[in-house]
Structure formats: C-alpha cells, structure tokens
Design a protein around this ligand. Structure first.
Ligand code: NAP
Ligand code: GDD
Length: 324
C-alpha cells in the first residue's frame, strides 16, 4: 500500500509540482482547497481523476482537523499561505492569520489526530530579510522586512517548537525564490516573462517594474519540490536551506528575458515607484551545502534555462490568443 500525503496549497505553483512528484512515486495525494464562488484550478486541472480534493481553510481549525482525521496521511505538506510580499503590507493581519497562525492550526490538527504524521512547513528566505550573513545558511539569524517575512518566522519557530515540545517529525524547508511557467503573474519573474512575450507579440508597449537592483537566488520550482519530499524521508527531522548558491539582480533577469526574443530591454522597461516596497530585501543568496551533503539534493535547472523556459512558455501561451 502506497503512502498518503495531504498538500495544503495544492492550487498554488508548488502544490501542483509536488502533486505530480508524489503521484509519480505512487502516493495517494489529497489536496486541500478553500471554498470560492468560482473554481480556478488551472495548475492542477491536468491531474483531475488522480488527485482527491477536500475543502478546508487555514483560518478554520476544525476543517483542518477533519481533513487529517478523515484521510489519515503519512505526510502533510503545508504549502498554503498568503505568499505575495506586497499584499502583506496591505493585509498584515490576514497575512498573520494565514501564514503564521495557520501553521499552528495544521500542527495542532496533526498533534491531536496522530503525532506520528510527518509534516513539512514551507519556510522562506524572506525570513533573512536584512541579511546578517552572506551567503545565508540554516544558522543565519533572521531579520524579516515585511509582515509576510515576520509571519514566516513565526511559522518556522512554531514548527521547531512542536518538534521540540511534542517530538513531532516536523521540518522547515527554508526555500529561496523558485519560479516556473506556473508562477503567479504578480511575482517579478513571471511579470517579466509575460511582459516580454506581450511586447514581442505586439500586445504591450512597455513593462513597468519597481526596484531593478534587488538580488535573488532564483531556482526552478520543479527542482525544489524534490527537496521537500527528501526532507520527510530522512531518519530525523531537520531544517534545510534550499537554494542554488547563485544570485542575480532583477535587471539581469530582465536583460536575459528580452535577449530570448532578440530585443534590448532599455526601450521598454519603465521604473514605476508604485512597485517599490516600503522596506526591501536587497540581497538573497543561499548556501545549499547541508542539503547537498545530507539529502543528496542539487538543483538541475540553471538560471539561464529557467529564464528561457518561462519566456518560451509565455510566448506559446499568448501566441494562441493572437489572431492572425
Ligand atoms: P502560491 O502559488 O501563492 O500558492 C499559495 C497557495 O495557498 C494557494 O493554493 C492558495 O489557494 C493557498 N491558500 C492561501 N490562503 C489559504 C487559506 N486561507 N486556506 C487554504 N489555502 C490557502 O505559493 P507558492 O509559490 O506555491 O508557494 C508555496 C508555499 O511556499 C507558500 O507558503 C509560500 O509562502 C512558500 N514559499 C514560496 C517560495 C517561492 O519562491 N515560490 C519561496 C519560499 C517559500 P488559492 O488558490 O485558493 O488562493
Ligand atoms: N513583484 C514584483 N513586481 N517585484 C518587483 C517588481 C515588480 O514590478 N519590480 C522589482 N521587483 C523586485 C521586488 O522588489 C523584490 O526585491 C524582487 O523583485 C522579487 O519580488 P517577488 O518576485 O515579488 O518575490 P519576493 O522575493 O518578494 O518573494 C517571493 O520569494 C520569497 C522567497 O524569498 C515569494 O514567492 C515569497 O512567497 C517567497 O517566500
């Protein structure tokens, strides 16, 4: 009998890639969705019939406990969150409810039903914020710079606390930015590749962005969900940094993306103060040495391949909408 996994955040970028990985491994996969008046499951529609979907919300303890009690999973991957950093200034309390207290609710559901269930918490490099060390590793102190980052620090420490208090197999993956053609259009990489494709196809004349100097350690989401699974297969629960160990400025991503369609970026990109944040995370670069040594994990997709695949995917998608 294969294992059962529950994934919160199944409709998100990472949820879709993780579901594919676990289904390939023979898992029964149960995805948690929240009730909405319209169902937009575009990232997981291709998995229809293979996935079980159940309804619960990070705000609602009893719905989470019911899911865990009814499905009795071996593993829970808590990927659900309010994950867009600018929205966390607009909705700081709600971000705390989802992204911070939501983690406690998932842990409580596990503890009350079966403390033997293994749990993965989606922690973030945003916790390093105003970085105290370069590169950032598991021992680097946190200094979050947004309500989202603060909420993730809470989620991280409550996971560690339940591990230490109740002996749960609960781990925190400190993942640096990871992207794909399934990334939400509001995040900078996808905003750029979508914008480049629109400009190339004559659907847009410019691309408006904020801080071009911010540096991020960008990897491919498909590589990163492998690390989540590996963390739950270890003999003991531990936290890991997952990153490529390379960093690039937003400007580098922009330049490469325009080069993919044989255009120079300078005539099209407009810096717009509306997209500049109240407090910025200037530089993220992770040290994935522990993950490499203990999990045998390494990223397979380079930065250049990532940019290329995202631009190609957006060009293909948008080409289908252009009438000839
Ligand atoms: P995403 O695409 O924004 O997906 C977020 C998911 O959370 C969606 O399925 C969303 O459901 C769900 N969700 C939001 N609020 C919820 C609630 N109250 N109850 C139940 N579900 C709720 O995020 P992602 O990029 O896949 O990231 C996955 C996780 O990793 C997040 O926790 C994120 O903060 C964290 N993380 C991401 C990165 C990255 O670079 N991608 C890096 C580090 C950490 P709806 O579809 O209904 O909105
Ligand atoms: N979104 C966005 N839009 N970001 C812009 C823009 C713009 O127009 N212009 C410049 N940026 C800069 C931001 O200021 C930031 O420094 C950088 O691009 C990356 O922004 P996002 O792609 O929105 O990602 P993020 O780094 O804030 O957060 C993502 O990665 C975290 C891991 O470090 C999210 O996926 C978080 O959920 C995740 O935890």
């Amino acid at each position: 009998m294969g294992k059962t996994a529950v994934i919160t955040g199944i409709t998100g970028q990472d949820g879709s890639y993780l579901a594919e990985l676990l289904l390939d491994k023979g898992y029964r996969v149960v995805g948690v969705t929240r009730r909405t008046s319209t169902q937009v499951n575009e990232r997981i529609n291709h998995l229809e019939g293979k996935l079980e979907l159940v309804s619960a919300d990070l705000l609602d303890q009893s719905s989470l406990t019911t899911v865990i009690r009814d499905t009795r999973p071996d593993e829970v991957y808590n990927l659900a969150a309010q994950s867009f950093v600018p929205a966390s200034w607009a909705q700081p309390v709600l971000t705390g409810e989802f992204t911070a207290l939501g983690v406690t609710r998932v842990l409580e559901a596990i503890r009350s039903v079966d403390p033997g269930i293994r749990m993965y918490q989606a922690s973030s490099s945003e916790m390093f914020g105003l970085v105290r060390e370069v590169p950032q590793r598991e021992s680097t102190p946190f200094h979050p710079r947004s309500p989202y980052g603060v909420a993730k620090v809470y989620g991280h420490w409550i996971t560690v606390n339940y591990r230490e208090s109740y002996d749960l197999f609960a781990v925190s993956g400190i993942l640096f930015n990871h992207e794909s053609e399934r990334r939400g259009l509001e995040f900078v990489t996808r905003k750029i590749t979508d914008g480049v494709a629109r400009i190339k196809l004559g659907l847009a004349a410019e691309l408006r962005l904020g801080n071009l100097d911010a540096q991020r350690d960008w990897g491919f989401a498909g590589d990163y969900v492998r690390a989540m699974w590996l963390m739950l297969q270890q003999p003991a629960p531990q936290d890991y940094v997952i990153a490529t160990g390379r960093t690039h400025a937003v400007r580098d991503f922009v330049r490469l993306a325009f080069e993919c369609v044989d255009l120079r970026w300078e005539p099209y990109v407009v810096v717009d103060p509306r997209f500049v944040r109240p407090a910025e995370v200037d530089l993220l670069i992770g040290d994935p040495a522990k993950a490499k040594a203990q999990l045998g994990w390494e990223p397979e997709t380079t930065f250049e391949q990532l940019v290329e695949r995202m631009v190609r995917a957006d060009l293909e998608r948008l080409s289908r909408t252009v009438t000839v």
